[in-house]
Write a protein that binds this ligand. Sequence first.
Ligand code: AVI
Length: 348
Amino acid sequence: MCEGHLINKKQKLEIQNYEKIAVTPRFCYFEPKTGSKITIAEEISYSLSQKKKFIHPKFFYDTTGSNLFDRICSLSEYYLTRTEIEILSSIKPDLSRFLVGEYALVELGSGSSIKTRKLIEILTSKQDDVEYYPIDISNILKDSSINLHDEYHNLRITGIIDQYETGLEFILQLDHKEKLVVFLGSSLGNFDPKNGIEFLKKIRSSMRNGDLFLLGVDLVKDVTILENAYNDAKGVTANFNINLLSRINRELCANFDEDKFEHVAIFNKRQNRIEMYLKSKVKHQVFVSAINLLLKFKKGELIHTEYSYKYTIPKIKKMAQKTGFKPLKIWTDKKNYFALVLFLVDSL
Ligand code: AVI
């Protein structure tokens, strides 16, 4: 799309809200113009004023948070990333059989480019040129894209630095051949089930007949394994969680004392989800100067920061039915820790 792709009228309108930065003839990215960005100030002002305080997990991913998340992905306790990579490596020939034709790769939450590489390798081995559209809220997208650009000479990258939902609307405007949309890393688990269904519908509506969707989901398993994955011995996940407060200090001139909070991650068996919180160790007050907000914390009070839902295969199939996707193939690892599911666009 960076060079030569036709842009229709509707697409021009969408693109008006974005600034295009052309890095090389094969790599450009779009970011929302300042006015159209939802500011952290507005959202934090709302979420920390609620009776049950919360911070949306998308705010984890500033540069520090994205780097911490990269570290989480290689922790021994955090089995998710390496298991998904293991499955991806083993299914290459199998997955390749489903990719008949010319596919553009759309990746939601581009994250670790190790996974992307596996997919790009399949596509570049079959196609002369491959269009790759990473959508990620984090600026890390720029660095990971430039690395991929240098490695694969028949890869053209158009990045969208935005929230998934708006990024998908952008993608919808593309005049394209077939798409392989991928949403890996169990990121669907960070939506509650109702919003997860809505989000899958949104993905489905950005796709056309013949397009494929590859979803990575973490499966329900032993509680100790799950809780250890979110309470690693090195404390990287704790730092990732606490960085939310440091980010608010940096960006909204707040005076959170990070030492007054502790990281909590527990598995809720009834809901099949890991729940992450920041727990206030003492009664105290915090002032967020940029939004003129005084926060009062009781001893033991929780700020909810993330849910990470775990799924079962029957549950995934049910979700697919509700969202207009037809499961074509489900791959799991030997321990049944993680699943990669390939869907075809189906009628609702
Ligand atoms: C990005 N997401 C799928 C991760 C997860 O496992 O829910 C985020 C994360 N939170 C703590 N560790 C990792």
